[in-house]
Design a protein around this ligand. Structure first.
Ligand code: CS2
Ligand code: MN
Length: 359
């Protein structure tokens, strides 16, 4: 595995590159061009400047998360061909600048959802939290307001303001769109972009829906083994890959996460992994927890064993951490708990490697 760490860019992240550089093992940066709206081309010049800035700090940029997919592509609207063309240009430009993996998602209108961004755990740390009943009592607008209020002045990934101002309108456009319609549009997109990805050697990796079921009546296509099998079958290529996010898939107790890892790694479909733990608190209710297996409901050691035994050599990053030690940071994306998570991941990995060599 290659270790990685998400960074939002100068001025929009509370964590600095020099902080990340001091994390043992010096993880690769998972970056983003902040401020780019979905559908805009990322020019090679802009990507190059961003990459050089990261390299000047002694780090490397090899993964991008997220290039957001324009809603017209998901909706199959007439402008989709233009946006697909823009997406391909962005991928080519990223490839030319040494980016090998791009994480994206195909969730309509809204990215990951939490009903509380600062749920207090028993040790006083704050975590992201989801309660289906609380969500059902909220309109999408109320959810957006609550999220803005609790995000400490930071924008959350997938919660870019320009996108959320139009949320109501966007959701109305999805009225009547069935999962099959969305799947058709997804296939159209993949058939157009994967050949270009193959040519410039950039692997796409679709992030799961989070939580792992449908919300607000919107169709969602990526939250189970069967879902992923269908997506992988749309275009049979290792460039049509998965971001295996353990916390997102694990939010649905119907998913056997280690089994999914083994199945899709064996088929060379997992270039990127997110390791996160969550704690089930009731029916469709969970809090994100520290990465340690004992703190949550997922067995992180078994999850890493599944990667290890599959010969995984992709990128792995700690996903959402708690807010601890009074850090002022974007919810889920502080330095401290994610760095603890990464050390735990690396510790388990080293034990797996050394254990194997002794046998
Ligand atoms: C989240 C997402 O779980 C996660 O990694 O922070 O916002 C994720 O980055 C996007 O869904 C990827 O497109
Ligand atoms: Mn994730």
């Amino acid at each position: 595995m290659k270790t990685a760490f998400r960074w939002y860019g100068e001025g929009s992240d509370s964590v600095s590159l020099s902080d990340i550089r001091q994390i043992p093992g010096r993880p690769v940066i998972v970056g983003v061009l902040d401020g780019k709206a979905a559908g805009e081309v990322w020019t090679e010049q802009e990507i190059g400047a961003y990459r050089r800035h990261i390299e000047d700090s002694g780090l490397r940029l090899e993964v991008i998360e997220s290039v957001n997919i324009h809603e017209d592509i998901k909706l199959g609207a007439p402008a989709r061909d233009q946006y697909i063309e823009n997406f391909i240009k962005t991928i080519q430009n990223l490839g030319a600048q040494g980016i090998r993996v791009v994480c994206y998602n195909f969730m309509p209108a809204i990215d990951f959802v939490r009903t509380d961004l600062a749920w207090e755990l028993e040790d006083g740390s704050k975590a992201l939290y989801y309660d289906q009943k609380a969500l059902e009592g909220m309109t999408p607008d109320q959810l957006v307001d609550a999220t803005f209020q609790k995000s400490g002045g930071f924008t959350l990934p997938g919660w870019e303001p320009e996108r959320l101002y139009k949320l109501k309108e966007t959701m109305e456009r999805y009225q009547g769109l069935t999962p099959d319609d969305l799947r058709k549009n997804y296939r159209y997109f993949l058939e157009a972009v994967i050949p270009a990805c193959e040519q410039c050697d950039v692997r796409l990796a679709v992030h799961p829906d989070d939580p792992g079921w449908e919300i607000f009546g919107l169709p969602r296509l990526a939250h189970s083994m069967e879902d992923y099998q269908r997506i992988m079958d749309m275009v049979d290529s290792p460039y049509n890959g998965i971001t295996l996010c353990t916390g997102s898939l694990g939010s649905n107790p119907g998913n056997n996460v280690p089994e999914m890892i083994r199945y899709f790694c064996k088929r060379d479909r997992v270039p990127f992994a997110h390791i996160r733990n969550i704690r089930f608190l009731g029916e469709r209710t969970f809090a994100e927890s520290g990465h340690l297996s004992a703190e949550g409901s997922l067995d992180i050691c078994e999850i890493l064993r599944a990667f290890y035994e599959s010969g995984f050599d992709g990128y792995i990053r700690p996903d959402h951490g708690r807010t601890i030690w009074n850090e002022k940071c974007r919810p889920g994306y502080g330095l401290y708990d994610r760095a603890l998570g990464l050390m735990y991941i690396m510790g388990i990995w080293e034990a797996l490697e050394k254990g194997a060599s002794r046998r």
